[in-house]
Every structure is written in C-alpha cells, then in structure tokens.
Design a protein around this ligand. Structure first.
Ligand SMILES: [Zn+2]
Length: 417
C-alpha cells in the first residue's frame, strides 16, 4: 500500500511531468508537420507555369514550408505539319506528339527574373534550380556559370535534368552517340545504337565537377533501367533485369564532390520497381556517399504504399528509408500547369494552373510510410535533410558567385576534361 504522502508526491510529480510531455509532443507534431517539397516544377513542357509569388501564397501557404522551383528544361516542339490532335490544340506534354524537344535555356532567365522580384522572406522559402543546359554538351557547364555570374543570389542547384528517361532521350534534337564514334571506339556500356544520352559522357563529369566546386545541388533524373516507349506512350521494351548500376557508380566516382539526388529513386511512369529495386538503390548509395534519393511523383509513391505483385513491399520501403534516413528527401513532382487534353466528347480542355487542393493532396499519399518509419525519420525526410543540403548549397553558391562576379561571360575558360 502506498502512503498518503507518497501518492501526493506522485501526483505532484505528474503535475510537473505531464505538461512537459505535452509540450514535447506538441513540438514533435509541429516539427513533423513541417514539409519541404524537394521536387517541384513551376512550368511545363511548353514553359507555361505560375509566378513564384502565387506559388508561395496560394499553393504552399502555411502547408509547405519551403520548395525547390525548377521548370522542365525541354520545350515540346509544336510542329504544325504534324497536325497533332487534329490541329484542335497544341501539345504541352511529351507523350502524344511525334515532334522532338529541345533545351529551352531562356527559362532559367524567366526563373531568375521572377525570383528576384520576391521579398527576402519569400526568397527564403524557395530554392530555384537551373535546368536550361544540355547535359550531353561539353559546353553545357558554361551556361550554368553564365547564369550564376549574371544572376547572382538566385540558384541553389541544377536540375531536374534527364540522362536516361523513356522517350525523352529519343525526342531530344541531339546526335546519336554512335554517329560520333571514331575508329576502334565502342559505345558506352549503357548505350545502344539508338541512344543520345549516356551516364559516361565526359560532359556530365564536367557539369558535376563544377556543381561540386560551386556547391550546387544536383537533381538527376535517370531511369534505373532501360524502357523503350513509342511517342504515344506504348511500351516497346523493358529491361528491369539490367539496371544502370555501373553507370551511376561510374558517375559518382568520377565526380565525388557533387551532392546529387536521384529523382524518384530512378523510377517513373513506365520504369516500375523491379523486385530488387531497393538492393540496386542501396548498392548505388553505398558506392556514392554524396548521393541521395527523393521519394517524389504521385504515381511512384503509389508503388510504395500500394505495390503491385513482385514490387518491394511497404515494409521494404520503410526499412530502406530507415537505413538511409539522412539521405532521403520528399517531393511532389508536381507540374503546376496541367496538360491540354480532349474530353470524352472530343472537346478541347486547355491546360491551366493546377487547383491548389490537387497540389496539396500529394503530400498525404505516403502517410502509411511515415507511420511505419516514425515521426523522427519522417521529419528528416520531409524537412531536415533538405534544410541541411540546400542551406549548405546556398552558402557555397553565393561564395562562388562573389568570387567570380567579374568573370567575362563572353570568354569563359573551356573545360577540356
Ligand atoms: Zn520531375
């Protein structure tokens, strides 16, 4: 039996401890609620988008603390000779039209000009990223340097840009790799006769080396295995048994200083998780200490919480996220301006800024995953990892810009390696 005095002491103790616990819980809930979108497109394949001020005020509001802002780098050519959709509407997405795509560098100026109109408080909530360079071009790095010199105080990183991406690789106006092979030279290990992009292009090493030097974060889209897809979205071939693991390792070993995050863990609309997807990812992350992954894109997130037979289970994903909890980011992969389409009756429905509730709905898809990994890990993925990586990037990039403020953009040094 407890004495009366002991019971009184216990009650007193609880009176002190309970409010303290409530405070800690409230803090934990608040911390868990803070969300950063590390993968967000403020414009589409026709450079249609939403001004940054509106993104902050209407879309992010008090729900999304901070976000990257990267347009799509590629413009879908509108070829009137093709008579796309019976000439009823222009294309503004890459699936559907036969016409090619090209790097639209000017979009980086649009991003910079828009960002520079923001207040200091609003600027702190966005991490603009540069996209308008061809990653397969040895001159690509000079576009990045020129933008930093001409628009200091804007960019935190580069990307999302694509190396391997179904169909997109076929549609860029670029030479086939085999066209340029000299006598005795063979195709890079990840390339076929019809490829334009490779993880082994020295231009990528130049770009990533510069990203490492300047401190730019890198968002890399590269499908984890090859998917052949026709212009209208029909699957022609799939190679889940042959992931590009060696290519990723080659890239990060060549440029170890670049802080990279692999977009949607190398998955996409057609590239679905193979049974060994998480082992492949682990192998890449173990070999590449400066690399991270993002869990973005609503349809990829559905593979995680509601996997099809043969895909890694939700428990597998939770274990992966716990194992690499300091190297995983969250993102919506929203393209803020919607696609033009024909409705059931064949009427044209032109694209427009996405409804705010549609954007905010994406943040709830991975709820079952957060429950499995717990609030502490969820907070790292949602918030803390982005802050650590991107705050470091901001500081380093500002220092590079200050040191190179008077470099001559008309005559930049040529990178030979
Ligand atoms: Zn994306």
């Amino acid at each position: 039996m407890y004495s009366k005095r002991l019971i009184t002491q216990k009650i007193r103790g609880m009176l002190i401890v309970v409010p303290f616990l409530v405070l800690i819980c409230a803090f934990a809930v608040h911390a868990a609620d803070q969300i950063i979108d590390s993968h967000f497109h403020n414009a589409n394949y026709a450079m249609q988008g939403v001004p940054m001020k509106e993104i902050i005020d209407r879309y992010m509001g008090d729900k999304i603390a901070r976000s990257v802002a990267f347009p799509l780098p590629l413009e879908q050519k509108w070829d009137r000779f093709e008579h796309y959709a019976g000439d009823k509407m222009p294309p503004n997405y890459y699936l559907g039209p036969k016409a090619g795509m090209y790097y639209y560098s000017f979009v980086d100026v649009m991003t910079a000009r828009d960002y520079l109109t923001l207040s200091a408080a609003d600027k702190a909530r966005l991490d603009p990223m540069m996209v308008g360079f061809n990653p397969m071009d040895q001159y690509g790095v000079n576009h990045i340097k020129r933008m930093l010199i001409l628009f200091p105080g804007v960019f935190s990183g580069i990307g999302e840009f694509s190396v391997h991406k179904e169909l997109v690789g076929d549609k860029i106006d670029d030479d086939l790799i085999k066209t340029d092979l000299g006598p005795g030279e063979t195709l890079p290990p990840d390339a076929t006769d019809s490829d334009r992009n490779t993880l082994y292009n020295p231009s990528l090493k130049t770009i990533l080396d510069f990203a490492g030097e300047a401190g730019l974060m890198v968002c890399l889209h590269s499908d984890v295995y090859h998917a052949g897809v026709s212009y209208d979205g029909k699957v022609v071939s799939m190679s889940p048994e042959a992931p590009y693991t060696a290519g990723y390792k080659h890239l990060c070993t060549e440029s170890p200083k670049a802080a990279v995050y692999l977009a949607h863990t190398g998955l996409g609309r057609f590239v679905k998780p193979a049974p060994n997807h998480l082992q492949v990812l682990s192998e890449i992350l173990d070999a590449c200490p400066n690399w991270n992954v993002d869990l973005s894109w609503d349809l990829v997130q559905v593979y995680m919480v509601d996997p099809e037979p043969g895909m890694p289970s939700l428990d597998d994903w939770a274990n992966f996220v716990k194992n690499y909890q300091d190297r995983v980011l969250w993102g919506s992969d929203t393209v803020i301006f919607t696609k033009n389409k024909l409705d059931d009756k064949g009427n044209v429905v032109l694209g427009k800024p996405m409804p705010v509730e549609d954007y905010l709905a994406v943040k709830d898809i991975l709820e079952p995953l957060w429950k499995k990994v717990g609030p502490e890990v969820a907070h790292k993925v949602h918030y803390a990892n982005h802050v650590r990586l991107f705050d470091a990037a901001r500081t380093k990039v500002r220092a590079w810009e200050a040191a190179h403020a008077y470099d001559n953009v008309w005559d930049l040094p040529v990178a030979m390696k």
